[in-house]
Design a protein around this ligand. Structure first.
Ligand SMILES: *[C@@H]1O[C@H](CO)[C@@H](O)[C@H](O)[C@H]1NC(C)=O
Ligand SMILES: *[C@@H]1O[C@H](CO)[C@@H](O)[C@H](O)[C@H]1NC(C)=O
Ligand SMILES: *[C@@H]1O[C@H](CO)[C@@H](O)[C@H](O)[C@H]1NC(C)=O
Ligand SMILES: *[C@@H]1O[C@H](CO)[C@@H](O)[C@H](O)[C@H]1NC(C)=O
Length: 244
């Protein structure tokens, strides 16, 4: 009998504990954010995002992190989920509190980056589209993301900087510490690229331009201004040139 009572006590205690854990853990997703995420999910072809279900708290969905007080999405990490789509849905750009966006290693084959909309993500610190299949011109609107600390477009051989140029896109990104553009085509003559980096991204620590298709890849003396540089990869730069 005493044994049964003890079990009952334990059970009650457990119930109280799990109840209080649940309430302190709760972050309630802002309804606008859930709506945008569901729209984004629908734009993916046969996406395996089983936790993304209407009526549940989006702050607990796979890859989603919310601000605890506002319930707005601050990080979306959907890397390596084999996501397929024919376009980047505008709903993505309704997540205007995003600080981190990682869509790397997905299958957005030949999907162009939209010309407008990126400018809505003004709080972005980290943007990662590496190996995602996106293609075309890097849009001018990236230049408006002044808080960016890391930018990774690497391993998308159909992406390029032409008009706007690398110079224009980087002109306001003075907080950039990491720039990964491996295999992205940078249409820039002579040593221009090194001057552009030296003048626009003074805090740069990591630079990776492997296979960037820059013709005449000499380095300008002003490049030595980048005193924070710790890692640099300029391998195979000119060999990838295909024109534009
Ligand atoms: C979908 O994702 C879940 C959880 O990540 C995983 O267990 C499951 O194997 C995946 N299904 C497919 C078809 O990839
Ligand atoms: C981008 O994401 C990939 C993982 O998908 C990671 O390997 C890479 O380091 C990330 N880039 C940056 C700059 O963090
Ligand atoms: C996803 O990308 C962001 C931004 O580049 C990066 O900070 C993060 O580490 C990446 N995630 C992984 C697991 O690589
Ligand atoms: C850089 O910032 C200035 C001042 O806010 C703005 O006038 C200019 O258009 C920006 N450049 C680009 C390429 O967005």
């Amino acid at each position: 009998m005493a044994c049964t009572m003890q079990h009952l006590d334990t059970l009650i205690l457990l119930l109280i504990c799990s109840y209080s854990v649940d309430t302190t853990d709760a972050v309630t997703c802002h309804p606008d954010q859930a709506f945008s995420l569901m729209q984004l999910k629908r734009s993916f072809i046969a996406a395996n995002l089983s936790s993304w279900r209407a009526g549940t708290d989006c702050c607990h969905w796979e890859g989603v992190t919310c601000d605890m007080t506002s319930g707005r999405v601050i990080s979306l990490d959907l890397r390596e989920l084999n996501l397929k789509s024919r376009r980047l849905d505008p709903a993505l750009f309704d997540l205007t509190s995003l600080r981190n966006l990682n869509l790397s290693f997905n299958v957005f084959t030949r999907v162009p980056l939209p010309e407008s909309w990126f400018e809505r993500l003004t709080d972005l610190l980290h943007l990662n589209f590496s190996c995602s299949g996106v293609s075309g011109q890097i849009p001018l609107e990236i230049a408006r993301l002044k808080k960016l600390v890391t930018l990774d477009f690497s391993d998308n051989p159909e992406l390029y900087f032409f008009e706007p140029s690398l110079q224009t896109v980087l002109s306001n990104l003075s907080n950039l510490r990491e720039l990964h553009l491996d295999s992205v085509e940078i249409v820039s003559g002579g040593s221009t690229w090194s001057v552009v980096l030296a003048h626009n991204v003074p805090k740069l620590e990591i630079l990776s331009l492997y296979g960037c298709g820059i013709s005449g890849s000499s380095i300008h003396s002003s490049f030595s201004r980048l005193r924070s540089l710790k890692m640099i990869n300029l391998g195979y730069m000119a060999a990838h040139w295909q024109g534009s």
